[in-house]
Design a protein around this ligand. Structure first.
Ligand SMILES: [Zn+2]
Length: 232
């Protein structure tokens, strides 16, 4: 077991509506997780986020606690972070720990989405949040085929291919975001904290949300808090 160099509190919570989540507003950060067959990968995924933000100096898209944006914008931030932060974490899970970073749950959901012709997880979102949520699914399917291919079953690969071709046609706005992400990924190094922060801001600009009081915050060990950084 490697020491990660930062305190973390673990909290088992079988009522969570996702498999695992990290709360960054507690000191030390708290990783809540559910008991599942995947919990090792889920917990490692969260620990890599903790490493990313507390030790590697990655910036986190944030807002002032005194002026939180509307919940629709908070959802946009969630999906935007899911795309960019998880790209880095998924690649580390794969390259350094040899885990397929994408769960069976994802492939099963994609199959259901294809049967229905609509994406289930985005039902409660609208506007930019909905587009980004769809873009995240397309991005994950693309990563599976492009980067984790050798670990996929034939069925799961086919599911990802069908999902991509169907929803690329049906959701052209989400496809444009994925193409934009691909361009960011090609021209910058998302695993570099500085490039990663710039990419977050560029994606916000692409969505027209760069004036909404959001900013990039970085963890300051002395203050034991995330502080706003201006040097994008
Ligand atoms: Zn994550």
């Amino acid at each position: 077991m490697r020491k990660i160099g930062c305190d973390v509190v673990f909290c088992l919570n079988d009522d969570l509506n996702c498999n695992a989540v990290t709360h960054y507003d507690t000191v030390p950060p708290t990783v809540e997780y559910k008991r599942t067959a995947w919990e090792t990968v889920d917990i490692l995924h969260e620990l890599l986020h903790v490493h990313q933000f507390y030790l590697d100096g990655f910036g986190m898209l944030a807002w002032p606690t005194s002026h939180p944006p509307p919940s629709a914008i908070q959802r946009v931030v969630k999906y935007l972070r899911d795309i960019l932060d998880n790209t880095v974490v998924h690649r580390r899970l794969w390259k350094e720990y040899s885990f397929l970073p994408i769960h069976n749950i994802f492939f099963n959901e994609c199959r259901k989405d294809l049967e229905r012709g609509t994406i289930g997880v985005v039902q409660n979102d609208a506007g930019p949040a909905r587009i980004l949520a769809i873009a995240e699914r397309l991005w994950m399917a693309e990563m599976c085929i492009g980067e984790f291919d050798v670990a996929l079953s034939g069925t799961d690969r086919k599911t990802c291919e069908d999902f991509l071709s169907f929803f690329t046609v049906k959701e052209p706005d989400a496809r444009k975001i994925v193409d934009f992400d691909r361009e960011l990924d090609r021209t910058t190094n998302l695993a570099d904290p500085c490039d990663h922060s710039k990419s977050q801001v560029q994606l916000l600009k692409k969505l027209g949300l760069d004036q909404g009081g959001l900013y990039v915050a970085k963890y300051n060990a002395k203050e034991k808090d995330f502080l706003r950084v201006e040097d994008w």
